[in-house]
Design a binder for this molecule. Structure first.
Ligand SMILES: [Mg+2]
Length: 195
């Protein structure tokens, strides 16, 4: 029997796709405001924008048009096609936005099987070795349930839980996950680069 692969659970909003950036842009256009992404230091966006942000946050059209996070698509594809990991996208979604979120995945990650997309708010219930996520409630619950979370750094989680592994970008995630799971392979690659 072959050795089981490590299972990676990957969040969609603000990990694969630039969600808060889109909310901010849309809000600023609609209300003539000038709120920056860096100002979004709270998970609860209504404390920053006001209650009216709610209609923007759950608009399916917004989810369809999200920009991919820098290097996300390339690294995700590399990791998936390496065949070294079992990969799932695990995303909480407002019922009205589920179809739009699947459309985004179909458009940007067309090779990725849809039966590996899990729509789920309580992510700690999903079995996996690693969870890459920006939501601290997900990170902490996953940790408490025996998994290894990795924080994708965003302004709202920047000053929280410095004791948990975090990454600022996808290239760092790729390096850390390879070093952690396949240190022998990384050693060979570093040796090859040196030649
Ligand atoms: Mg997220």
């Amino acid at each position: 029997m072959s050795k089981a692969k490590f299972t990676l659970l990957i969040d969609q909003d603000d990990v694969l796709a630039e969600y808060i950036q889109a909310v901010t842009n849309t809000y600023n256009q609609k209300y003539g405001a000038q709120i920056s992404v860096d100002a979004c230091t709270s998970w609860n966006l209504s404390t920053i924008f006001g209650e009216e942000v709610d209609t923007i946050m759950h608009d399916p059209a917004l989810f369809r048009e999200l920009e991919p996070t820098k290097d996300a698509l390339e690294v995700f594809e590399r990791l998936y096609k390496s065949d070294l990991f079992e990969m799932y996208i695990v995303t909480a979604a407002h019922p009205a936005c589920v179809e739009a979120k699947f459309e985004w995945i179909r458009k940007h990650l067309p090779f990725f099987p849809e039966d590996r997309v899990i729509v789920c708010k309580r992510k700690y219930m999903v079995k996996g070795d690693f969870l890459l996520d920006d939501g601290m409630h997900n990170i902490e619950a996953f940790l408490e349930n025996g998994g290894t979370p990795i924080i994708f750094e965003r302004p709202h989680n920047k000053n929280q839980r410095k004791d948990i592994q975090r990454v600022r970008d996808w290239l760092s995630f790729e390096r850390i996950i390879m070093e952690t799971c396949y240190p022998e392979q990384m050693a060979v690659e570093i040796e090859d680069e040196a030649i």
